[in-house]
Design a protein around this ligand. Sequence first.
Ligand SMILES: Nc1nc2c(ncn2[C@@H]2O[C@H](COP(=O)(O)OP(=O)(O)OP(=O)(O)O)[C@@H](O)[C@H]2O)c(=O)[nH]1
Ligand SMILES: [Mg+2]
Length: 282
Amino acid sequence: MNNNPIQWYPGHMEKARRQMADSLSHVDLLIELRDARAPLSSANPLIMQMVNQKPHLIILSKADLADDKISQKWITYFSSLGKEALALDVNKDDVRKILSDKIRAMLKAKIEKAKERGIRNKTLRVMIAGIPNVGKSTLINRALKRKALKAENRPGVTRSLLWVKLSDDIELLDTPGVLWPRFDDQEAAYHLVLIGSLNPQIIDKEPIIAYGLDYYYKHYPELLKKRYDLDDLKGDLLLKIGQNKGFVSSEGVKKKQVREYLFNEFKDNLLGKMSWEDEPHK
Ligand SMILES: Nc1nc2c(ncn2[C@@H]2O[C@H](COP(=O)(O)OP(=O)(O)OP(=O)(O)O)[C@@H](O)[C@H]2O)c(=O)[nH]1
Ligand SMILES: [Mg+2]
């Protein structure tokens, strides 16, 4: 626990949250995107409040960046809680088919009921929600097979709610990324910065970089060795990486520059597939 919680909740997020709550009555299914590398920190309590009575599907996005074994453990974990969950790599998977099939399967009872009342091709309305930068708009673009929505690798790209038609029977609602008002859990805030969902401007970067380096040291030593040409991981790693990567002046290794370099390396996942959070032990 941190005594000095990080507080950050821009006005546009509160506006989006209110609009999402208002739209819920028109929605049949809520798809919540979480980053496969940090499925707990990227969950949103504000979205969880909306889940209540709606069928709810968790999609672990960016599965191509995450540790496959750990993603699998997360899916098993969510299933054990009775939650629907799947991991997705939007660059490889047939998003249109996976999404359409899953939506129709989860809403089967609703479709049947409509049929009994003589309604064929009932429109299924699906809200796509999640914290910033988890890939909501990209998921919709891939499903539509065209670039209908703006998507960029930074938080806060989508600013308003927008319905798009996937097929005769399915409509998807893109929503702005929404975070929550305060972070009591500092590690969670670090994870959000490291997956690109929280702007680092509001947090001191240095402890995040130290955390990241230590995490790789403990969980992915081989990735560190390979990426930075290290024979072993003894001694001052920052110094060794600085030397190997040429961040050196006449006064020695330029640690500030090494830190900045490592921060971008971690954020861009350049060391290889990895996850910041293992599935919780039961
Ligand atoms: N590697 C990888 N990158 C992805 C995947 N899905 C999305 N991205 C990238 O993640 C970044 C953010 O994507 P967006 O679709 O803009 O994310 P968003 O959730 O709509 O973000 P906001 O609108 O800011 O809330 C983009 O650079 C995407 O290319 C994925 O499955 N794998
Ligand atoms: Mg978006």
